[in-house]
Design a protein around this ligand. Structure first.
Ligand SMILES: Nc1nc2c(c(=O)[nH]1)N[C@H]1C(S)=C(S)[C@@H](COP(=O)(O)OP(=O)(O)OC[C@H]3O[C@@H](n4cnc5c(N)ncnc54)[C@H](O)[C@@H]3O)O[C@H]1N2
Ligand code: MOO
Length: 404
């Protein structure tokens, strides 16, 4: 096998950039879908307004459109959804919020600030216009959003408002999960040398939140029998359906770690093979000759999630045609040690004082810290996190669709 990272681990930020670039190069071609089906997908073209917004002068209030000096003779009504005739001098036209303002209107008088006596309207209109002019929000042809941004419900609303029925989007990559490890139990408490599979049940939820499309059923397969044949067979099968297959365990070179030989048997090329990060360094991403990806997550449960956030999140972003997700910063409330020449991804929780505190029970085999965490504080190689230091944060996407 060939590829970046053969031999010694590559730097964490280089690994992030490498998988993102590989994903971007393999991004699916754009498709056109009805706007309501685009939530969580990615704009493949800039959103350009198809119209002025608003498209016509639009009343912001219920009241009377006026022209000339008052009192004004009431001469009709215009409701939202209708076109308006021009207004004659010295007249008032009753107008509803959202209705088209008659041409020639000089003021709109709010209904609660007016009096109507027979057919005569009087009152003092406010000095500021009570309507929105065409183009106040956007002009036809304005670029409202660039290509490559996630389609959120707000984006769908904006697209609808300016006239779109369909959008050019990139589909989400389809992801599958294979769990390796004969020692795993899929039900009940651990014991007798066996541990409970803690990744099969949780990784699909993370993948969904990172923007992958669940394969029908999305059932993680495993544990896969600890033979090379079984690994190759399971990978082939999953790769028939998925653009991205995540595996857990078997990233090292123990007697029953078959991931590397299985990837070699499939003709895969490493995009990244081991990363200078703790925990989780044996993580890898490989690409098959047909362009599909395998992400090898280490078996230690917290390390697997470090690998998801380090490699799988930017890979999925690339496959969507998006930038690497923005990673903010936190201010540390307590010191967080560095890990020598490795990047340290340290579980932290942001407390009520706004500061991020390292969590206990956060060794690579543990999940107790992860379950209380907001994300990973990033301590750069050779550095350390002093209390009060501002450091990057890799946030965990806690809510469904929070970061598609
Ligand atoms: N000689 C060395 N051995 C190990 C090293 C090393 O540098 N030299 N690194 C350790 C590190 S760090 C990690 S991480 C693991 C990665 O190993 P694998 O990816 O090959 O994972 P496994 O050996 O299959 O499992 C490791 C550990 O995690 C438990 N596990 C696996 N899958 C699950 C699961 N789905 N749910 C819960 N727990 C799981 C498994 O039982 C093992 O305890 O290698 C170290 N070894
Ligand atoms: O790097 Mo391992 O992933 O520390 O537990």
């Amino acid at each position: 096998m060939t590829g970046v990272g053969d031999g010694s681990p590559i730097a964490w930020d280089e690994a992030v950039a490498a998988v993102h670039a590989a994903g971007r190069a393999a991004a699916a071609p754009p498709v056109r879908l009805p706007i309501a089906d685009c939530d969580g997908l990615t704009l493949a073209e800039p959103l350009v307004s198809l119209t002025d917004l608003p498209a016509f002068p639009t009343s912001s209030v219920d009241g009377y459109a006026l022209r000339g000096a008052g009192p004004w003779r009431l001469n009709g009504r215009v409701l939202a959804g209708h076109t308006a005739e021009p207004i004659a001098d010295g007249t008032a036209i009753e107008i509803a919020t959202g209705a088209m303002v008659p041409a020639g209107t000089e003021h709109i008088l709010r209904v609660e600030e007016s009096t109507l006596d027979d057919d005569l309207v009087s009152g003092t209109p406010r000095s500021l216009p009570e309507w929105r002019e065409p183009g106040d929000e956007a002009h036809k042809g304005d670029e409202l959003l660039p290509a490559g941004i996630p389609v959120t419900p707000a984006v769908i609303g904006l697209a609808a408002a300016c006239g779109y029925d369909t959008l050019a989007v990139r589909r989400a990559p389809r992801a599958a999960l294979l769990v390796f490890g004969d020692e795993l139990r899929t039900a009940g408490p651990p014991g007798d040398g066996q541990v409970r599979d803690a990744l099969g049940p949780q990784v699909p939820g993370w993948l969904r939140r990172l923007g992958a499309e669940p394969l029908p059923g999305f059932a993680p397969r495993g544990p896969i029998e600890d033979t090379l044949e079984a690994h190759v067979g399971a990978l082939k099968d999953a790769l028939e359906h998925a653009d991205l297959v995540c595996t857990t365990g078997g990233t090292m070179h123990g007697p029953v770690d078959h991931l590397h030989p299985a990837l070699a048997a499939l003709g895969a090329r490493y995009v990244v093979n081991t990363v200078a990060v703790r925990p989780g360094f044996p993580m890898l991403v490989a690409q098959l000759p047909d362009g599909k990806f395998v992400a090898g997550l280490p078996g230690n449960p917290q390390s697997a999630i470090v690998a998801l956030m380090s490699l799988v999140e930017p890979l999925i972003a690339g496959l969507h045609g998006r930038a690497v997700p923005p990673r903010g910063t936190v201010t540390l409330g307590e010191p967080v040690p560095g890990r020598g020449g490795y990047t340290h991804l340290a579980l932290v929780r942001v407390e009520a004082d706004g500061l991020a505190y390292p969590l206990r029970h956060s060794a690579s085999a543990m999940l107790r810290g992860l379950a209380r965490s907001d994300g990973f504080a990033v301590i750069v190689p050779g550095g350390q996190g002093d209390a009060g230091a501002v450091v990057p944060l890799v946030p965990l996407p806690m809510f469904f669709g929070a970061r598609p």
